[in-house]
Design a protein around this ligand. Structure first.
Ligand code: NAD
Ligand code: WQD
Length: 340
C-alpha cells in the first residue's frame, strides 16, 4: 500500500516525506510513497536531496491535481491507502491579484482530488489548512472558535474545510484531519532541504535569511506600534520538522478520527519580529539591517495557538525551540544561498 503526497516536492511536503521514511526505517518496514506535484513552486532537485537524507526512492509523478484523468491514473496505477494533500498556491498577496487562479487551484483542484478518492474508495485524508481561518479571533486560538477569512487565499482554505466537513457528514467512511498550521519555519538539520521561495519572499523568515546571506539589502519591519512586547507583530513559529511529524502522527491516528476534525499544529508560544531578528543575528553572526515601516494591511498584532487538541488526539506536541528553528534555517540558507 502507498501513501499519496500531493505537493510533496514543496517545503512542508518534502519534510513530511523524510519523516514518513524515518518512521518506516525506525520500525524496520518499507513505506511506499507516491508524490504528485506539478512543480509550479518546487523542483525535482528536492527528490535527490530526499534520497540523500533517507537512502530511499519515492515515486514521482509530475501532474496537476486539477487534471482529473491524470489523478485517476495515479490511483489506478498505485495502491493508495491514504492521501496527504499539500498541493496548492499559498501567497496571500498574490491571491488578491489572481483570485481565480487561487480558487481554481486550491478549491477546484481539491474537489477533483476528493472526487477521484471517493470513486477509488480511498477515504483517509490529511489536509493542509491554516491558522488564517481564525480571522481576527483573539489568541490563544482554539478549534472551537468561529472561522473567517480576509483574503482569497484564506477563503480557499476555509472553503475546503467546509467541503471536507460536508463530505465527512455525508459518508461516515471518511476520516479527515484538517491541520491548521501556524507559522512553519526552519529546515531539516542536514541542511539539504528547506524553504525555497520564488522571487522576493513574502514571509518573515525567508526574508531575514536572505538578508543575512546578502541576497537582500534590508528587512522592512511592518509596524512597531502594536500592543505587543516590543511593538512588533507576534506569531507562533513552528519548526517544519515538528510540523512534518504532526502529519505522521495524524496519519497514524486517523482511525481515531471519525468524520473531519480541525486540529491546530502550533507551539502555543508567541515570538515578535524583533525577537526573530535578534536571535537570527546572534546565531548567524551576520548583521541584519532593518527599517521600521508602516503596518502591512491585514496583519494582526498577535497570533498563537492553543495546541492542546493535537496533544490529546494525536499524541503530538512541538519539541524544537526557537534557537533550533533559526539555527536550522541558517544552515539551510548559508549552505544553499541560491536555494536548490
Ligand atoms: P509549497 O509551495 O512549498 O508546496 C506546495 C507544492 O504544491 C509545490 O511543490 C507546488 O509545486 C505544488 N502544487 C501547487 N499547485 C499544484 C497543483 N495544482 N497540482 C500539483 N501540485 C501543485 O508550500 P508549503 O509551504 O509546503 O505549503 C504546503 C501547504 O500548506 C499549502 O497548501 C499551503 O497553503 C499550506 N500552508 C502553508 C503554510 C506556510 O506558511 N508555508 C502555512 C499554512 C498552510
Ligand atoms: C510574520 C510577521 C509580519 C515580512 C502568513 C499567512 C498565513 C500563513 C503563514 C499560509 C508579521 C512581519 C513579515 C516582512 C515583517 N500562510 N513581517 N516584514 O503574516 O503571520 O502569515 O504566512 O497559510 O496565512 O498570512 O506570516 O511571515 O508574512 O509575517 O515585519 O518582510 O512578520 O508583519 O508580524 P503571517 P509572515
Amino acid at each position: 500500500m502507498s501513501l499519496l503526497i500531493t505537493g510533496g516536492t514543496g517545503y512542508i511536503g518534502s519534510h513530511t516525506v523524510v519523516e514518513l521514511q524515518a518512521l518506516a526505517s525506525k520500525q524496520g518496514t518499507e513505506q511506499d510513497i507516491v508524490i504528485v506535484d506539478d512543480l509550479s513552486n518546487s523542483s525535482t532537485k528536492v527528490l535527490d536531496r530526499i534520497k540523500q537524507i533517507t537512502h530511499k526512492t519515492v515515486t514521482f509523478i509530475k501532474a496537476d491535481i486539477c487534471d482529473y484523468d491524470a489523478m485517476k491514473a495515479v490511483f489506478e496505477q498505485h495502491d493508495i491507502e491514504a492521501v496527504i494533500h499539500f498541493a496548492g498556491h499559498k501567497a496571500v498577496g498574490e491571491s488578491n491579484e489572481k483570485p481565480l487562479s487561487y480558487y481554481y487551484n486550491n478549491v477546484s483542484g481539491t474537489v477533483i482530488l476528493l472526487r477521484v478518492m471517493a470513486e477509488q474508495n480511498v477515504k483517509k485524508l490529511v489536509f493542509s489548512s491554516s491558522a488564517t481561518v481564525y480571522g481576527d479571533n483573539v489568541s490563544p486560538l482554539n478549534e472551537t472558535m468561529p472561522t473567517s477569512a480576509t483574503n482569497p487565499y484564506g477563503q480557499t482554505k476555509l472553503m475546503v474545510e467546509h467541503i471536507l466537513f460536508d463530505l465527512a457528514k455525508s459518508d461516515s467512511d471518511w476520516s479527515i484531519a484538517c491541520l491548521r498550521y501556524f507559522n512553519p519555519i526552519g529546515a531539516h538539520n542536514s541542511g539539504l532541504i528547506g524553504e525555497n521561495p520564488n522571487g522576493i519572499p513574502n514571509n518573515l523568515l525567508p526574508y531575514v535569511a536572505q538578508v543575512a546571506v546578502g541576497r537582500l539589502a534590508q528587512l522592512q519591519v511592518f509596524g512597531d506600534d502594536y500592543d505587543t512586547v516590543d511593538g512588533t507583530g507576534v506569531r507562533d513559529y513552528i519548526h517544519v520538522v515538528d510540523l512534518a511529524q504532526g502529519h505522521v502522527k495524524a496519519l497514524q491516528n486517523l482511525d481515531k478520527i471519525s468524520g473531519c476534525k480541525a486540529i491546530n499544529l502550533g507551539t502555543g508560544n508567541g515570538t515578535s519580529v524583533l525577537e526573530i531578528v535578534n536571535t537570527f543575528k546572534e546565531i548567524s553572526g551576520q548583521d541584519i539591517p532593518y527599517k521600521i515601516v508602516p503596518r502591512r494591511a491585514g496583519d494582526l498584532a498577535t497570533v498563537y495557538a492553543n495546541a492542546d487538541l493535537a496533544n490529546e488526539l494525536l499524541d503530538w506536541q512541538a519539541t524544537r525551540n526557537l534557537h533550533t528553528m533559526i539555527e536550522d534555517t541558517w544552515r539551510w540558507q548559508s549552505e544553499n544561498p541560491q536555494g536548490f
